[in-house]
Write a protein of this length. Structure first.
Lengths: 103, 705
């Protein structure tokens, strides 16, 4: 029986982070990019919780994770509102086409 | 009658013509008949001169009246030390006589011009010029220092220039005025050098102070040669102004001016200023300087007389006769016959002014015809002019009972005595020859003008006697050409008041060995220096043997001069009146000599070829130098600058601009390179961030792997 330890959580978290990055970088749809972002946030949450459990930090990590979840909800609301506005302006949510910043 | 009164009056005399000049030059055109103002001023000046002359000669015969004021006073000038320049008036007998001569002739010329110049478009200006001339001439006469004299000298030069070129519309007149001015400058430069020699040594311009120092044995630069040089240099001024050879060429040309002007300036007064100048510096002339002066005078009188023989223009004959007579006076100064030189100056002023005004009258009657060959037979038509002209001609020819006889005889005797003492027999020989020629050409002039039959009938028919204002001056001047104004004895002037009382040869102050011994009496050797210092230069100065020689020379010279004068007159009559000798055939026979004389010894041509041609060649050379060397330098500098700036431009274009452009190009290139990363897509940036973080992790290895 393998003892589940900190390393496992960190690996899961790293995988999740990588998947999040991958999602952000490769998805064309803005909503999908946002979802990748959620993945990254959640990987961070896992780290917080894991270090809270195995580290000598008390419950600080748990609390921060809760904050992050709340923040993520707010962020998702704002980000989706931005996406809606983008759609209104450009009639698309494809992030490749929205490169006006370049100009 | 006090000294101060006379001096103040003479100051008034000096300034009256100047007042006339300023009035006329400023207001001449606004006041109708403004020339009367100037004429009136001259009349006033004449009256005052008579008063001053009378007062001086009657009551102050033996003393000089001097009044001076400091003009410039500077202390401690580097090199010069104290510098004090005085201006002042000195009236001695010479001055008193000259005052009268100048104002009288000037006044008569003013009167004469009323008619002669009538209708001229610049009538009032003409009178203004006469005024400035008279002022300057009086300045020369009255001054007691050589600086003021030099100033007046130049003023005379400029007024002469203005009057010669009065009809400047005529090319010949404007040329003549320029010639007169330039030739005079040559002489004046010499005079200036002479003045500077004296000033450098004595630090003063006042004649008497300078002479006092010379008399004490203080010579310029301690050398008698410098004293000679100073004398000759100052004499240069006289050479220019009195038209002596080789600077005589301007005077005949000056006849382009109005005839009354010729009478006033170029016969009677201005040209006599040179002789007056020699009289003023006479005491400091060394033997060498005097001999130089005598020879220059001799050469001048001879050349001018030979030229006068053949001239066909009535005024040219008179002009050369003037030059010749001036040569006489200068020669007389040179041989030490001071009294007679001055005497001749005065008598010549009167009879030559009369001759010129007479010729003016003739020219006026002939409607401005001056050629002798077109005149003749005017005696009946113009009796007054003829009489006056004839008397003056007798005077200049040296016929007894005229003033000219007295003065000329004195000069001839002077040269004779000089020769007998020093052995320069050339001088009296030439002097007697000139006397012969003078009589000849003057009577040739009279006969051709007044006698015989008219050669231009039409002009002769229109000729008429001149009006009163023109005849009156002629009469006055011809009367003054008679002997009794100067002394009662018509044969020996030295007993007359003019020479016996008024004009005395001043004592020479030149140290012994440098002067002619006869210029100083043996008895008064010691006393004379102090006398000169005290300002009294009136002592009788000739040594006994000079007086003796002069006395011995007197009657032979007189006899010879009468014979030669008579011979000249006879010759003139036989050639032109009685036609015994045909002048044309004679001229043909004497071909080259005749042409030599007719063409004025080719002196003008010689000057044209040498000095004028030389000056032109020099100026061409300088122009060439200017064009090619100076301009070349300037242009060279310009093209050098242009080359340098072109190089600089190239450097600028290629190196500096290249650097700048390169910088710009580089940043542009970098910009273009980095622009590719700036996609505007957040995703790309994220990729960059991640790869960068990974790279940073590999570089810094924070976790130890």
């Amino acid at each position: 029986m393998v003892q589940v330890g900190l390393t496992h959580f960190l690996v899961i978290s790293a995988i999740l982070f990588s998947l999040g990055i991958f999602g952000i970088v490769t998805r064309k749809n803005a909503v999908m990019v946002l979802m990748g972002l959620e993945l990254i946030l959640n990987s961070a949450n896992i780290n917080f919780v894991a270090f809270s459990r195995y580290g000598n930090f008390g419950l600080n990590g748990q609390v921060v994770a809760l904050f992050v979840i709340v923040l993520a909800a707010a962020e998702a609301a704002i980000a989706l509102a931005i996406v809606l506005n983008i759609y209104k302006t450009f009639a698309t949510v494809n992030v490749d086409e929205i490169d006006k910043l370049k100009e | 009658m006090t000294e101060a009164l006379l001096l103040n009056i003479s100051l008034v005399i000096l300034l009256l013509p100047l007042l006339g000049f300023t009035t006329l030059i400023l207001l001449g055109k606004k006041i109708p008949g403004s020339h009367w103002i100037e004429t009136f001023f001259m009349f006033l000046a004449l009256c005052l001169s008579v008063y001053v002359g009378f007062g001086k000669l009657a009551f102050f015969t033996g003393v000089s009246l001097v009044k001076e004021a400091t003009w410039i006073q500077l202390w401690n000038i580097p090199v010069l030390g104290n510098l004090q320049i005085d201006l002042g008036i000195k009236i001695d007998n010479l001055t008193a006589i000259m005052l009268f001569v100048v104002t009288l002739i000037s006044f008569l010329v003013h009167i004469f011009s009323l008619e002669y110049m009538k209708g001229d478009s610049r009538f009032s200006r003409y009178y203004a010029y006469l005024g400035i001339f008279t002022f300057s001439m009086l300045g020369i006469v009255l001054t007691h220092n050589i600086l003021m004299m030099y100033i007046a000298w130049e003023l005379v030069g400029i007024s002469s220039y203005l009057l010669i070129g009065f009809w400047f519309e005529k090319k010949s007149a404007s040329d003549a005025s320029k010639k007169a001015f330039l030739v005079n400058r040559v002489g004046d430069t010499g005079m200036f050098i002479g003045i500077m020699i004296l000033f450098t040594n004595y630090h003063t311009f006042t004649f008497d102070t300078i002479y006092a120092q010379i008399a004490q044995g203080h010579l310029p630069f301690n050398s008698p040669a410098w004293l000679t040089a100073a004398g000759i240099m100052i004499f240069m001024g006289a050479v220019g102004k009195s038209a002596q050879f080789p600077l005589h060429v301007w005077l005949p040309d000056a006849m382009e001016g109005p005839t009354p002007v010729s009478a006033l300036i170029h016969a009677a007064t201005m040209v006599a200023a040179g002789v007056y100048l020699i009289a003023r510096v006479f005491v400091m002339l060394t033997a060498d300087a005097m001999l130089t002066i005598a020879i220059v005078g001799m050469v001048t009188s001879f050349i001018a007389a030979t030229i006068a023989l053949t001239q066909n223009d009535i005024k040219k004959v008179l002009a050369y006769s003037t030059v010749s007579q001036l040569g006489y006076m200068v020669m007389a100064m040179g041989v030490g016959a001071y009294q007679y030189a001055f005497f001749h100056l005065v008598t010549h002023a009167f009879f030559k002014a009369c001759l010129f005004l007479g010729s003016g009258s003739v020219i006026y009657a002939m409607h401005h015809e001056q050629d002798l060959r077109k005149m003749g037979g005017l005696r009946k038509k113009m009796p007054i002019t003829y009489a006056a002209f004839l008397i003056s001609t007798l005077a200049i020819s040296g016929v007894p009972f005229t003033s000219g006889f007295l003065s000329k005889d004195g000069i001839l005797a002077g040269t004779y005595a000089f020769a007998s003492l020093t052995g320069h027999w050339m001088i009296p020989a030439v002097a007697f020859l000139v006397a012969l020629m003078t009589a000849f050409y003057m009577f040739r002039l009279v006969i051709l003008t007044f006698h015989g039959t008219p050669r231009d009938q039409e002009r002769h028919d229109h000729a008429h006697e001149s009006p009163f204002v023109m005849a009156m001056p002629l009469v006055v001047l011809s009367v003054l050409s008679v002997f009794f104004w100067y002394g009662l004895n018509p044969a020996n002037p030295s007993t007359g008041w003019f020479l016996d009382k008024w004009v005395k040869t001043p004592t020479s102050i030149v140290p012994q060995g440098q002067r002619f011994d006869f210029m100083k009496s043996e008895v008064k050797e010691t006393a004379s220096a102090e006398k000169t210092a005290a300002g009294s230069t009136e002592a009788v100065v000739h040594s006994e043997h000079y007086m003796h020689a002069m006395h011995q020379a007197h009657y032979p010279a007189m006899g010879l001069s009468i014979i030669l004068g008579g011979l000249g007159i006879l010759l003139a009559f036989s050639m032109y009146q009685w036609k015994k000798i045909d002048p044309d055939k004679l001229a043909e026979k004497l071909g080259p000599i005749y042409r030599f004389s007719l063409n004025k010894w080719y002196i003008d041509e010689l000057y044209g070829a040498t000095f004028i041609g030389g000056a032109l060649a020099l100026s061409r050379l300088l122009a060439w130098f200017d064009k090619y060397v100076v301009d070349g330098l300037v242009n060279g500098a310009a093209s050098l600058t242009r080359g340098v700036s072109k190089l600089g431009g190239l450097f600028d274009t290629y190196v500096v601009d290249g650097l700048v452009n390169f910088t710009a190009y580089l940043s542009g290139f970098i910009g273009i390179f980095f622009r590719k990363f700036q996609t505007g897509k957040v995703q790309t940036y994220v990729v960059f961030v991640i790869f960068s973080v990974i790279i940073l992790l590999f570089i810094f290895r924070p976790f130890g792997f």
